[in-house]
Design a protein around this ligand. Structure first.
Ligand code: IPD
Length: 263
């Protein structure tokens, strides 16, 4: 039996410290340290430094836990808990000086893959705006002291968000999916940080979100926010959310998005 007590306060404290560091480094100027899978897929020195800070703090507080991070890879633990971390989600925004980026930290139990894990606690913190979204399994999703609930999409059409993977080879498919869902949409956003897209679905700032190509750290915390706000997060038909597809919305809109994408 995993001891899930204390996961959320720890994630919250570390996300705030990590967010402050990311913001400070941004103000000092950002250096792009490397490109990863494609030209658009960059990593900054700050991504690495912020992940190191999060990893060190977690190891100090809970040495038996596992870790799965965007920049520094995976390590299995012994406690049954794994931390899934994106130190700066929205790296391209961050590099360009657009303040829409977030620290995303989730604690999961079970096999540390999105197909198998159970999310226990999640935090998405956007340091420039100063908003901290948080959720625990069975405890609801919150923005500060405000309990969150997904929207029930209006007849006028849904405010949707999506993202485009960094691999140019996938863009034609991404655009085809956009074409298919537009009849459901009031409008469409591509804001550049998947964890915040999911947090915004939880907060009913968006009605729905869909994207192909997400990594586990992009959606681990945000997906828990959505389900705890009464929404659903699905993948390809009958699949769990993951690289093939992630759809997040209230149940009715999620089903309509899935039909539009996979018809
Ligand atoms: C990216 C952002 C973006 C999404 C990409 C992600 P990163 O994460 O969340 O919105 O479209 O698929 O990889 O690279 O900024 O941490």
């Amino acid at each position: 039996m995993v001891d899930a007590d204390g996961l959320l306060p720890l994630a919250t404290e570390i996300a705030r410290e990590a967010g402050a560091l990311a913001r400070r480094r941004r103000e000092e100027g950002v250096r792009i340290a490397a490109t990863k899978s494609a030209l658009a897929d960059i990593v900054t020195d700050a991504d690495r430094e912020v992940e190191q800070l999060i990893r060190a703090r977690l190891a100090q507080a809970r040495p038996g836990d596992g870790f799965l991070g965007e920049e520094s890879g995976a390590e299995r633990g012994t406690s049954g808990v794994t931390w899934v971390v994106d130190p700066i989600d929205g790296t391209v925004n961050y590099a360009y000086g657009i303040p829409h980026y977030a620290v995303s930290i989730a604690a999961v139990t079970g096999e540390p893959t999105p197909e198998a894990w159970t999310a226990e606690a999640g935090v998405v913190y956007t340091p420039v705006v100063g908003e901290l979204f948080h959720a625990t399994r069975g405890g609801g999703a919150w923005l500060g002291s405000q309990r969150l609930a997904v929207s029930t999409a209006a007849d006028a059409g849904a405010l949707l968000a999506t993202g485009f993977g960094y691999d140019p080879a996938t863009h034609a498919g991404d655009l085809e999916r956009v074409r298919r869902v537009m009849p459901l949409a009031r409008d469409l956003r591509r804001a550049g940080a998947a964890s915040l897209d999911l947090a915004y679905v939880a907060a009913a700032r968006l009605d729905g979100y869909f994207e192909r190509g997400l990594w586990p750290w992009d959606h681990a915390a945000g997906a828990l926010l959505v389900t705890e706000a009464g929404g659903v997060v699905t993948g390809a038909p009958d699949g769990r959310p993951g690289r093939e597809m992630t759809i997040a919305a209230g149940a009715d809109l999620a089903a309509r998005l899935s039909s539009a994408i996979y018809r």
